[in-house]
Design a protein around this ligand. Structure first.
Ligand code: ATP
Length: 238
């Protein structure tokens, strides 16, 4: 990375009706960084991602992305600006072929770019190439996760938001997903990763944030958080 700040979240709050889910989050993401958000169920990790992508409104605070304030920007405009979220639970279009699912991620782009993008995705996820003509619904959970990531990457996001990519996957596939995430980082994509699997996430993250009840409890380099006694006890089961 260049060390330039790509996203600056300041005092961000968000509500579900009267319930305050985010209590003033401060978060900084630099270009090329992999930032992990960890914390228990209900800590607000998903809500934070959804507030960044714009599918959940902010009730206060601000989000700056590159050179603009996007706090009140519609979700589709944020996608155009380069923010793309891969939601939890995959959500591929089961009856459509794998190839068509990937292409859907770039339907606004010219045909030549789509073919190029598709070739890149098949390089990154060889298993999807093998099965390209099959309905997406025939893929295993891990493969569907890869497909959801490939679809998101077709939009050439500047910032990729990944929500629990390892959820529900067998251990071997978890390793595979983390390999892909490391790969994306190596290609220079900036990533915010939400993970239940705190150890794996902090191991590959440049920076980690530990969330608790809608607040940032701790933040710092991933490796330092792995050594932190509080983190070890509460989130790593050590
Ligand atoms: P999980 O890993 O379980 O998804 P999380 O850290 O992502 O946890 P959130 O899902 O962001 O946490 O939830 C934060 C808080 O907001 C929790 O108290 C949760 O109960 C509440 N919440 C989340 N979604 C809704 C909703 N649709 N309506 C009302 N409250 C919600």
């Amino acid at each position: 990375g260049t060390g330039r700040v790509m996203m600056e979240v300041t005092g961000l709050t968000s509500h579900y009706g009267r319930i305050k889910a985010l209590h003033g989050i401060d978060l900084q993401v630099k270009e090329g960084q992999l930032v992990a958000l960890v914390g228990a169920n209900g800590a607000g990790k998903t809500t934070l991602l959804r507030t960044i992508s714009g599918v959940q409104p902010a009730s206060g605070g601000s989000i700056r992305f590159i050179d603009s304030d996007i706090t009140r920007l519609r979700a589709d405009r944020r996608v155009k600006a380069g923010i793309c979220q891969v939601p939890e639970g995959r959500r591929v279009f089961g009856p459509l072929s794998i190839e068509d699912n990937i292409k859907l991620g770039a339907f606004t782009r010219p045909a030549s770019e789509i073919e190029n993008g598709l070739a890149k995705m098949f390089e990154l996820f060889p298993v999807l190439k093998e099965k390209r003509a099959l309905p997406a619904g025939t893929l295993s959970g891990g493969q569907q996760q890869m497909l959801a990531m490939a679809r998101a990457l077709m939009g050439s996001p500047k910032l990729l938001l990944l929500d629990e990519p390892s959820m529900g996957l067998a251990p071997l596939l978890v390793d595979e997903i983390f390999r892909v995430i490391k790969d994306l980082k190596a290609q220079g994509i900036t990533i915010v990763l939400v993970e239940q699997n705190a150890h794996a996430a902090l191991s590959i993250a440049d920076i980690g944030y530990v969330l608790e009840t809608g607040k940032v409890l701790l933040s710092g380099p991933g490796r330092e958080l792995l050594q932190n006694e509080q983190v070890k006890k509460a989130y790593l089961g050590i």
